[in-house]
Ligand binder design. Structure first.
Ligand SMILES: Nc1ncnc2c1ncn2[C@@H]1O[C@H](COP(=O)(O)OP(=O)(O)O)[C@@H](O)[C@H]1O
Ligand SMILES: Nc1ccn([C@@H]2O[C@H](COP(=O)(O)OP(=O)(O)O)[C@@H](O)[C@H]2O)c(=O)n1
Length: 214
């Protein structure tokens, strides 16, 4: 559903946007698959974590607070993250967004809905075991301060306690598309593609392959 969208807390804009939330544990492959979705389906990828890390680098007054929260695997107050997401949506000409790593707790979810009026079209949920996610994070090699075993364990705890309930909330509304994310990247993307391909195109693809084999 597309809702009215408040740009900066004072003025409403009429920008109509379609949003997909991309959720899953740390290291489940959200960023990797978002890059594929952007390439194939024309969405703009907004990673809440990337926006927060850019805010630290920009020398913003919130930088030190954000950096400390990320180091501890804690969730930054919604007000800060939502402002960054709003600005990114406003500044972008596209009307289709993948919002990756957000909402990460009930506060994120409720505040985003209240401030923007945006309801996600659906929630793409990457389901992966902790063991596999830990392996991936320890090999990620992006020089992230939070990809060390101590912070990883804290992030897993926050994910279980605060983020899973948000996924359950959307699941109860029939909005969750769950993907088995423990498989190799290409196989995961095949499952993702099926979610984004409109049913009419799936019929076309099936009849083409039928003719081809005829
Ligand atoms: N399906 C997969 N199988 C193996 N490794 C993966 C897979 N998907 C992503 N990775 C790797 O795991 C790490 C974490 O992936 P990433 O997309 O950054 O996860 P997230 O955004 O959910 O934290 C990266 O190094 C990435 O290259
Ligand atoms: N909505 C969000 C998203 C990320 N974050 C912070 O950013 C960190 C990294 O998030 P991320 O989405 O980039 O990475 P992963 O933990 O998914 O690998 C989180 O552990 C939080 O500290 C947040 O506070 N609020």
């Amino acid at each position: 559903m597309i809702g009215p969208f408040e740009a900066n807390g004072s003025a409403h804009t009429t920008k109509k946007v379609s949003v997909v939330f991309v959720l899953g544990g740390p290291g489940s492959g959200k960023g990797t698959q978002c890059a594929n979705i952007v390439e194939h389906f024309g969405y703009t990828h907004l990673s809440a974590g990337d926006l927060l890390r850019a805010e630290i680098k920009s020398g913003s007054e919130n930088g030190t607070m954000i950096q400390n929260m990320i180091k501890e695997g804690k969730i930054v107050p919604s007000e800060v993250t939502i402002k960054l997401l709003q600005r990114a949506i406003e500044e972008n000409g596209n009307d289709k967004f993948l919002i990756d790593g957000f909402p990460r707790n009930e506060e994120n979810r409720a505040a985003f809905e209240a401030v923007t009026g945006i309801e996600p079209e659906f929630v793409l949920f990457f389901d992966c075991s902790e063991e596999e996610m830990e392996r991936r994070l320890l090999c990620r090699n992006q020089g992230r301060e939070d990809d060390n075993i101590e912070t990883i364990r804290k992030r897993f705890k926050v994910y279980m306690e605060s983020s899973l309930p948000v996924i359950e909330y959307y699941n109860a509304k029939g909005k969750v598309k769950k993907i088995d994310a423990a498989r190799p990247v290409g196989e995961v993307f095949e499952a993702v593609k099926a979610v984004f391909t409109p049913p009419s195109d799936k019929v076309k693809a099936a009849s083409w392959s039928f003719k081809w084999n005829d």
